[in-house]
Design a protein around this ligand. Structure first.
Ligand code: AMP
Length: 147
């Protein structure tokens, strides 16, 4: 069976993601592979010109969200003894960014959950589905139970 050299863990920081984290770590240990982590801060339109002048101030939480996400990402990297240079914090569409980072860093296996906050009622959530369809490498969707 093929050995994996570089595994990418897609982490969304929801509690149930621990199962996904454990799986990525044990596969990296098994294959003696490099393990990287990607987290994507979803781009949320905070203001919209179509709302006209009804919004009294410009609310931009991007910097705050990025700071919190960075803390969590680095804490997870430390827990997994991953160098910070192997962590990726991106803004945008999670599925697009996960696939882009995988391509750009020669990942040969992406590990993610079968669903997260986007897909609790679905067999495969939208991120899992999008990554599965667009990735150029193997993808492991770790089955998460609906609670
Ligand atoms: P979803 O398909 O959105 O329900 O999420 C499925 C899995 O994709 C999650 O269990 C995570 O492993 C991964 N994922 C979802 N959102 C993100 C995100 N913003 N950043 C990184 N990984 C994510």
């Amino acid at each position: 069976m093929k050995n994996y050299d570089h595994i990418l863990l897609a982490a969304d920081f929801f509690n149930e993601n621990q199962v996904v984290i454990n799986k990525a770590k044990s596969l990296a240990d098994k294959y003696q592979a490099r393990l990287s982590i990607v987290h994507v801060v979803d781009s949320i339109p905070i203001t919209d010109a179509g709302y006209g002048g009804d919004i009294p101030f410009d609310l931009d939480l991007t910097a705050e969200l990025m700071a919190i996400a960075k803390k969590k990402l680095l804490a997870l990297a430390e827990e997994l003894t991953i160098n910070s240079s192997d962590t990726w914090l991106e803004i945008g569409s999670p599925k697009t960014e996960i696939v882009r980072i995988a391509n750009e860093t020669q990942v040969d296996l992406i590990v993610l959950g079968s669903h997260g906050r986007h897909g609790i009622a679905l067999l495969l959530g939208s991120t899992a589905n999008g990554v599965l369809h667009h990735a150029q490498c193997d993808v492991l969707a770790v089955r998460l139970q609906d609670n």
